[in-house]
Design a protein around this ligand. Structure first.
Ligand SMILES: O=C(O)CCC(=O)C(=O)O
Length: 197
């Protein structure tokens, strides 16, 4: 798992700024768009690596307004049920943000820092995605992924996009927002850049 590759690596900065992707993001949240966070998740075949149930818009350091933010999951390799694609619970976003806690409390050894408490209600479906394609998710949508039991590596890039005013709460370790669309953001080099809610 590599946190915020878009801040360090040109390929990732280009991926989160892809025009086709940004058109879809702008349709969801408007013209001014910044990346709040990205995660590169590599699942090697045969290695146990589950990402537990969680909602992208909330964790111990941030809460995002679901009306002003959207999550994208980009498949850099084919993601299938065998290689550990996302599982989602359709309609779960309607129940809003759920109580969450550190992953260690759930007994699962690896993955993200925060996860929803307990097993969520609803029947999960697998969401296979071909390499080069992406899915957009409501920030409240419950999702997880299983281990890769296939033959090749499975690589995905999870990106949280925000419009101005989307970040309801931030802690001091949050990296700066990374503007990718619109003129309503401070320059990337500006001191103290970030969201102003
Ligand atoms: O790539 C995965 O398997 C899950 C990633 C994810 O859900 C996340 O980073 O929020």
């Amino acid at each position: 798992m590599v946190r915020n590759p878009h801040l360090e690596q040109d390929w990732a900065a280009a991926a989160v700024s892809s025009p086709v992707l940004l058109d879809a993001i702008r349709a969801a949240v408007g013209q001014n768009v910044a990346v709040e966070n990205s995660f590169l998740v590599m699942k090697w075949p045969g290695q146990e690596f589950e990402v537990p149930w969680h909602q992208d818009g909330i964790d111990s350091r941030i809460e995002l307004d679901p009306g002003k933010s959207v999550a994208a999951w980009l498949a850099l390799t084919d993601a299938t049920a065998t290689t550990g694609c996302l599982d989602v619970i359709v309609g779960s976003h309607r129940r809003g943000y759920l109580p969450y806690g550190p992953e260690a409390e759930t007994g699962r050894p690896r993955g993200r820092a925060d996860t929803v408490r307990g097993e969520p209600d609803g029947r999960p479906i697998s969401l296979p995605v071909r390499a080069g394609r992406a899915v957009l998710m409501d920030m409240r949508l419950l999702h997880r992924s299983g281990s890769n039991t296939g033959n090749g590596v499975r690589i995905g890039l999870n990106v949280r996009y925000v419009a101005p005013g989307a970040c309801l709460r931030r802690d001091l370790t949050c990296p700066s927002l990374f503007p990718v669309s619109g003129s309503g953001w401070p320059s990337r080099s500006a001191e103290g850049e970030g969201d102003s809610t």
